[in-house]
Ligand binder design. Structure first.
Ligand code: ADP
Ligand code: F6P
Length: 471
């Protein structure tokens, strides 16, 4: 597999030694559990720091092949084109995307480096699975060099409507890059339809249902590319099993004790990203405290915010705003010795994360736009006791599947406030009914089934039913 990031991120310690820690984000959470179970699979990606790439190495049974990004690549390809152009554009322009030609040049160069690294590692006739918006040119680049491999692409984030996508300079190159794949996968049906619409409108290619006919160059035959929806998931069994661990259970109890044994604990867990609706959530929480609907003596909110993309301006602004708001809420409402909002700006390990989910009576997922949102599924998997309430934004991909959650439009602050109050007051029997239905969905559709489904469709993409792959 090829992704922008490796599952581990290198950190330089004060003594100059290198430490490897788990990389942030849902892609790594999902793919790590898939790749651990694959024999002879390789993961090609960036190690998270600028500079020379370390030699390939093994970690947790995975073979990792680091790709080099120098400081300028990080600024232009990663922070620039990936995270200040594509990310906001693909998330419905919650902030304004920036376009710079130097960023595009760097995106092309970096994509070529990833493509070459993947091509060098893949065995003859092998399968290459490319992931996410940072690497949309890679499928075509691999195909230009390696006609023997099968190529799949999965987009972990939304694909925008054709009206928004059309704003992207170099939009056609992007589409052609993706169409180097045999199979292009998306989270939601709307993403797949948006992509098919963009190919039809901007490239004028024939689209028949989910199959795109890609004309060959010169005498080359037409290729058929399958486009399909594969909603990603988590290692549901592993998360659920952690809740049986005595130490994790004790941590959950201790967490509530540390908060002063409040009657209710409400939790948000997000990368500190403007797509997650953290500002909207805090606004609703602040108003509920202001109007007395919530008593800070018996109800506490924990907001876990993983540091993310900290050198990108919109992320700096978000952090300042969130921290100012949390400070204000606590200044206005927190009783002495207990926060109204406990704000945690750091990473937690899996066990602590599970303990947090076990300690939470309500989890708030208020994304303004999100490919899937694995936090929602992790909460459900962490509640075999059938307790707890998930408040879920209709703009998160998870909303298509987790229908028994309390659904909200996070832009409507009054609706969000009512949803929070409803969740806090929900009778145990109703919680159990909803959680049972949510768990059925999450436990039956785990990340292993997702990967299997994707790879099976990729395998079949050479099947005559889907058209032939070029040789
Ligand atoms: P995204 O991919 O946009 O970050 P997801 O909700 O799909 O969003 O995935 C986030 C993943 O990161 C989840 O597996 C979640 O548990 C994990 N995560 C979020 N915040 C933290 C944190 N502070 N420490 C450790 N893991 C975190
Ligand atoms: O799919 C969401 C995603 O953007 C992944 O591509 C990425 O690995 C993760 O979130 C975290 O973002 P970043 O790699 O920029 O820290």
């Amino acid at each position: 597999m090829v992704a922008n990031r490796l599952p581990v991120d290198s950190r330089t310690l004060p003594d100059g030694a290198t430490e490897w820690v788990t990389s942030p984000g849902g892609l790594v959470t999902a793919m790590e559990s898939v790749m651990r179970t694959v024999d002879s699979g390789a993961w090609v990606g960036w190690g998270g720091s600028p500079g020379e790439a370390p030699e390939p190495f093994e970690a947790d049974g995975m073979s990792l092949y680091p790709v080099r990004l120098d400081q300028q690549d990080v600024e232009r390809y990663y922070e620039g084109f990936s995270n200040a152009t594509l990310w906001p554009l693909y998330h419905d322009v919650i902030v304004d995307p920036e376009f710079h030609r130097t960023w595009w040049d760097s995106y092309v160069t970096a994509n070529r480096r990833f493509a070459r690294a993947a091509g060098a590692v893949a065995s003859k006739g092998g399968t290459i699975w490319v992931h996410d918006y940072q690497l949309q040119l890679v499928p075509r680049m691999i195909r230009d060099d390696r006609t023997d491999v099968r190529i799949g692409f999965f987009n972990h984030i939304p694909f925008p409507s054709v009206e928004l996508f059309s704003q992207l300079p170099k939009r056609n190159q992007m589409l052609r890059g993706l169409l180097g794949s045999d199979l292009v996968g998306f989270q939601r049906e709307s993403d797949a339809q948006n992509f098919l619409g963009a190919v039809r409108k901007l490239l004028g290619y024939q689209v028949d249902g989910q199959v795109i006919s890609v004309p060959g160059l010169g005498a080359a035959p037409v290729r058929e590319v399958l486009v399909q929806t594969f909603p990603i998931s988590i290692d549901s069994e592993a998360v659920s099993a952690l809740t049986e661990d005595a130490e994790v259970r004790e941590r959950a109890v201790q967490l509530r004790r540390d908060l002063g044994d409040p009657h209710k604990v409400v939790l948000g867990v997000d990368r500190l990203d403007y797509t997650k609706g953290i500002r909207h959530r805090l606004k609703a929480w602040g108003e509920l405290l202001n109007d007395g609907s919530i008593d800070p003596h018996d109800t506490v909110m924990i907001q876990v915010a993983t540091p993310s993309r900290e050198r990108v301006e919109a992320y700096r602004q978000l952090r300042d705003e969130v921290e100012l708001t949390v400070g204000r809420i606590n200044g206005d409402h927190a009783p002495i010795g207990r926060p109204a909002v406990s704000y945690q700006h750091r990473s937690f390990d899996r066990r602590d994360m599970t303990a947090l989910f076990m300690a939470a009576d309500v989890v708030l997922v208020t994304a303004l736009r999100d490919g899937m949102n694995l936090v929602a599924k992790e909460y459900v998997a962490s509640r075999p006791d059938l307790r707890g309430v998930l408040v879920l934004s209709e703009f998160a991909g998870a909303a298509d599947e987790l229908r028994a959650a309390v659904m909200v439009n996070p832009h409507d602050i009054d609706e969000l406030k009512s949803a929070i109050l409803r969740a806090l007051a929900m009778p145990e029997e109703e919680q159990e009914d909803a959680m049972r239905s949510l768990r059925h969905q999450v436990m039956e559709n785990d990340v292993q089934a997702w990967a299997h489904d994707f790879l099976q469709h990729l395998e079949q993409s050479g099947d005559p039913a889907y058209g032939t792959r070029p040789t």
